[in-house]
Design a protein around this ligand. Structure first.
Ligand code: 6PG
Length: 476
């Protein structure tokens, strides 16, 4: 075989990845379950580089030079396993199978172990940036063995997005680490999107501004600390008018947010690891609430707001407050996501450089943003930083926005505007910095009704009080 890399699964993501490889001068073997798609790729884009089309999986594998590098880009779950099962008997020791779909990381851990038995490398890799990114430079988060990365990595770095000439691809960690980091990326994506949506809602309800006017505000924000892809597209969306009705586009969209599951996985894992990723969780639940149609109908009919019409006196000051509250909440959501990566690294035995993760998210991916540089710098200052918020830059950034943050959350509560992500992020901030938490009382309650024991602040040991008897304390 002569092809340097192969792609099987030529739906839009696979197709665009294959084109990206070809455009970078690689000879690309291409395969798809139905051959028509393979043919149309070569017909439409054959002039972009060198493609080697195959109708059968066997020919596809044979067309690759060794060690083979096969990228699978099919639907996560059963379809991925089906392709792996078809591939494995055709491959030889040392070949590398790359799963570039949005796999759930436990599946990646399982598949990596299974392929190792056959002497094959399995690289589960996160790929972010949607169709556009796949074609012009995604952010790439590969897991697997370092040995596999040695031959695969340079190709991935080559086709990835670049920021200041630095590739948005790097080795993440063993087995499921790449897909795990991609999962957290998506969780953060959910939080970021929800925070932006809440900021929009606050501006709309607080100012009575039009969608287009708010679009202008977001465009303005995109020139400062908040500069990011998501803020940029938000400005675009808000300024867009529906061709049919002439109304603001955002007003003709059904207000029920869907999801394909990566946010849910992130939250489930946060619960498993006991990491309070409240921003991501609230964002995921906010989507769930929006889709709770019978509940919303029942509530709309009977639940009063008992809130006044919001009267914002100083328009510019309010906009600035919302901006600062958004930035502070965003820092919290990212801090929580990076905490989750650290906890997972410990739990699953990965060695993940969090600063490098922020670096490869600066370009190509959905959460790409200027501010990720700050995260990289924070982990360069202290690789083992226990809390991103405690880095000097973020401490200052959040502290300076704190009065605004409190005003916005208080105003939202008083005026009946739901801001679950803004509010829970502030609650997290106040919780994590608290000298003492009412968790002490919870421990006492647990001991009261279930003899669940507690620890004391003044002595080592575990204790239980005889609540139903004479209330003496004994060491448990
Ligand atoms: C990316 C995205 C992508 C994800 C979509 C939709 O990084 O390119 O995260 O992988 O599938 O954002 O996700 P939901 O349908 O769950 O909103």
């Amino acid at each position: 075989g002569t092809a340097q890399i192969g792609v099987t699964g030529l739906a839009v993501m696979g197709r665009n990845l294959a084109r990206n490889f070809a455009r970078h001068g690689y000879t690309v073997a291409v395969h798809n379950r139905s051959y028509a798609r393979t043919q149309s790729l070569v017909e439409e884009h054959g002039d972009e580089g060198t493609f080697v089309p195959s109708e059968s999986m066997a020919d596809f594998v044979a067309s690759l030079e060794r060690p083979r590098k096969v990228v699978i880009m099919v639907k996560a779950g059963g379809p991925t396993d089906a392709v792996i099962d078809e591939l494995v008997p055709l491959l030889e020791e040392g070949d590398i199978v790359v799963d570039a779909g949005n796999a759930h990381f436990p599946d990646t851990i399982r598949r990596e172990a299974a392929l190792k038995e056959h002497g094959l490398h399995f690289v589960g890799t996160g790929v972010s940036g949607g169709e556009e990114g796949a074609l012009n430079g995604p952010s790439i988060m590969p897991g697997g063995t370092r040995e596999a990365y040695e031959s695969l990595g340079p190709i991935l770095e080559d086709i990835s997005a670049k920021v200041d000439g630095v590739p948005c691809a790097t080795y993440v960690g063993s087995d499921g680490a790449g897909h795990f980091v991609k999962m957290v990326h998506n969780g953060i994506e959910y939080a970021d999107m929800q925070l932006i949506a809440e900021a929009y809602d606050l501006l709309r309800q607080g100012l009575g501004a039009s969608a287009a006017e708010i679009g202008e505000i977001f465009a303005q924000w995109n020139t400062g600390d908040l500069e990011s892809f998501l803020i940029e597209i938000t400005a675009d969306v808000l300024k867009h008018t529906d061709a049919d009705t002439g109304k603001a586009f955002v007003d003709i969209i059904l207000d029920q947010a869907e999801q394909k599951g990566t946010g849910r996985w992130t939250v489930q894992n946060g619960l498993d690891l006991g990491v309070p990723i409240t921003g991501i969780a609230e964002a995921t639940f906010a989507r769930a609430l929006s889709g709770s149609v019978p509940q919303r109908e029942a509530a709309r009919a009977v639940l009063p707001a008992h809130a006044a019409q919001w009267e914002v006196k100083d328009r510019d000051a309010f906009i600035e407050d919302v901006r600062q509250a958004l930035y502070a909440s965003k820092v919290v959501a990212y801090s929580q996501g990076f905490d989750q990566i650290a906890a997972a690294a410990t739990e699953y035995g990965w060695d993940i450089d969090r600063g490098a993760m922020a670096r490869i998210w600066r370009g190509g991916c959905i959460i790409r943003a200027r501010f990720l540089n700050r995260i990289t710098e924070a982990y360069e200052r202290a690789a083992d930083l226990p809390l991103l918020l405690a880095d000097e830059y973020f401490t200052d950034a959040v502290a300076s926005g704190l009065p605004a943050w409190r005003r916005v959350v208080a105003g939202a509560a008083q005026n009946g505007v739901p801001t679950p992500a803004f509010s829970s992020s502030l609650a997290y901030y106040d919780g994590v910095r608290a000298e003492r938490l009412p968790a002490a009382l919870v421990q006492a309650q647990r001991d009261f009704f279930g003899a669940h024991t507690y620890k004391r602040v003044d002595r080592e040991g575990t204790f239980h009080t005889e609540w139903s008897g004479d209330r003496t304390e004994a060491e448990a």
